[in-house]
Ligand binder design. Structure first.
Ligand code: NAP
Length: 174
């Protein structure tokens, strides 16, 4: 089965965004996290995103979000989006999408947000690995990562502090 990894950056108090706004997470995440995201997502090769998150990406001259170079993007959306060779649209349930990816020989996929996509995949038991970055900032309120208990279902296998107090965590499903 296609290995399912999830990549997320949170504030110290567990939020993935200050607001449900148009700003990408890259405006508050550290250089170290951006580098980790690029390395992980390029190695994994396929990222799954919700339309709101895709819309936070820089836009081209036609007003369409530009996909990240060298990665296949699978976007959850109920509507058509501008065609691009690296972009596919889906409405499949997680288990159906993962089965189709597996049939295509895709060995690993990264679930890259936002909140609705994290929730949809974490509500199943299909996520194998979580790459979490915790940034040393507090938002007080905002978009929470996930309401369920990660520590109960996932084992922390690696933790590293980098830069100015950024924490890299890796969890594996128990
Ligand atoms: N810190 C991080 O690591 C991180 C990572 C990613 C995103 N974020 C943040 O997360 C926030 C966005 O999260 P979000 O929950 O608002 O949006 P989202 O998950 O990015 O996208 C939600 C949209 O995706 C579409 N969608 C979701 N499930 C679908 C399904 N099953 N079938 C068809 N379409 C589906 C719907 O679009 P339509 O209804 O329009 O079709 C829905 O409105 C932003 O603030 C972003 O910055 C943070």
């Amino acid at each position: 089965m296609t290995h399912t990894s999830l990549i997320v950056a949170t504030s110290k108090d567990g939020f993935i965004a200050r607001d449900k706004d148009k700003d990408p997470s890259t405006i508050w995440t550290s250089h170290e996290d951006k580098k980790r995201f690029v390395e992980l997502s390029k190695r994994i090769g396929t990222i799954v995103l919700g339309l709101n998150t895709f819309n936070t990406f820089p836009h081209d001259e036609n007003g369409n979000p530009k996909p990240l170079k060298g990665r296949r993007h699978i976007i959850y959306a109920d509507r058509e989006i501008a065609p691009h060779p690296d972009v596919e649209v889906t409405t499949d349930k997680p288990e159906v999408l993962l089965e189709k990816l597996n049939d295509r020989g895709i060995k690993e996929v990264a679930i890259a947000g936002g909140a609705s996509i994290y929730r949809m995949f974490l509500d199943t038991n299909l996520v194998d690995t979580i790459y979490m970055t915790v940034e040393p900032i507090e938002f007080g309120s905002g978009v929470p990562f996930y309401k369920g208990n990660i520590e109960e279902r996932f084992k922390l296998v690696k933790e590293e502090i980098v830069g100015n107090g950024t924490i890299f965590r890796e969890y594996q499903r128990k």
